[in-house]
Design a protein around this ligand. Structure first.
Ligand SMILES: [Zn+2]
Length: 316
């Protein structure tokens, strides 16, 4: 998941002012050799993606040129430079290589907890080690909603208009956004799923609660169909959904029993103190729906982290 917890305000949980830093973190194309890509036998999708990245980088340069006296570098130069920190101290992070998960903590002092935290997410869940028993159901108060689909370079995220919440542990948590990982970050009884959706909520006190919906291959999902239909393929782009097309209850399985544990953001700054609820029953996506996301994000999953004796509760 992608938000902030310890301090109540979430970097990516908050739908608002993250647009600029988010755009900046994604300027770097996933492939170091962006300008040469078309000659290197990459498939069409990759080529399109590289071109989109280059356009985004060019846009970003323009924006910077408008607000700073610093001479803008050509997008290609910037791409190959791979500077790990931009002018505003926003560190670039990714899912591979020298900016990948094993190195997140080195990119910025604030990312330190990614390496030294003792309650990090995701984790591998195993029924043989869970605390099994009754648990309160999660009260989902989801409804057809408005939202904006964002491609932030790390995932596709839907910032959801206010009006949706969950009730659990005697508290209400408002839904801020949901986003996807491919493959699933969570591992359950040794199995990873093709994808996962993380629904990020926050209480009035600033406590974060994330519901993970595992996604597996099967029938197409209508809510995902809506999101994919308005998918912004260009990094940094945002597409507002027409009113009434997003039906959030369609994202949930009928059986809503879950695993519960305390964890962290799964993206930098890896802040801890997040209440996690992983629904045990997956929801299906069609092979085409999974393939489309996988073309944009072949791997945007953090590897599983040490459990360190954390209790994982399993609602029966
Ligand atoms: Zn996530």
């Amino acid at each position: 998941m992608d938000t902030n917890a310890g301090k109540p305000v979430a970097e990516k949980a908050a739908p608002q002012p993250t647009a600029k830093p988010t755009a900046k973190t994604v300027v770097k194309p996933p492939m170091p050799s962006a300008p040469k890509a078309p000659d290197e036998g990459l498939d069409k999708v990759a080529v399109k993606l590289v071109e989109a990245m280059a356009r985004a980088a060019a846009k970003q340069e323009k924006r910077e040129a408008g607000t700073s006296t610093k001479k803008p570098a050509a997008p290609t130069a910037r791409s190959s430079t791979h500077s790990k920190t931009d002018d505003h101290g926003t560190a670039h992070w990714s899912y591979e290589g020298d900016t990948g998960p094993a190195n997140w903590a080195k990119l910025k002092p604030e990312f330190n907890v990614c390496a030294i935290g003792q309650r990090q997410s995701p984790i591998a869940i195993d029924d043989s080690a869970t605390l099994q028993g009754p648990a309160e159901p999660i009260g989902f108060n989801y409804r057809p909603s408005e939202g904006t689909v964002v491609n932030n370079g790390h995932t596709i995220q839907v910032d959801v208009a206010p009006g949706n919440s969950i009730a659990v542990r005697s508290g209400n948590f408002d839904l801020l956004q949901f986003h996807f990982h491919h493959p699933s970050e969570e591992q359950v009884n040794g199995q990873r799923f093709p994808m996962v959706a993380h629904l990020v909520h926050k209480s009035a006190e600033g406590q974060l609660a994330v519901v993970a919906v595992l996604l597996t291959t099967g029938e197409a999902n209508t809510a995902i169909d809506t999101v994919w239909k308005y998918l912004p393929v260009d990094t940094g782009d945002r597409v507002k959904l027409p009113p009434g097309v997003l039906n959030l209850p369609d994202l949930l399985p009928k059986d809503q029993r879950y695993y519960q544990f305390m964890g962290s953001l799964t993206t930098p700054p890896c802040t801890e103190g997040v209440l996690w609820m992983v629904l045990k029953t997956p929801v299906t996506l069609s092979p085409a729906q999974i393939r489309l996301f996988g073309q944009l994000f072949p791997n945007n999953a953090r590897p599983v982290q040490e459990v360190n004796g954390r209790p994982v509760r399993e609602a029966l």
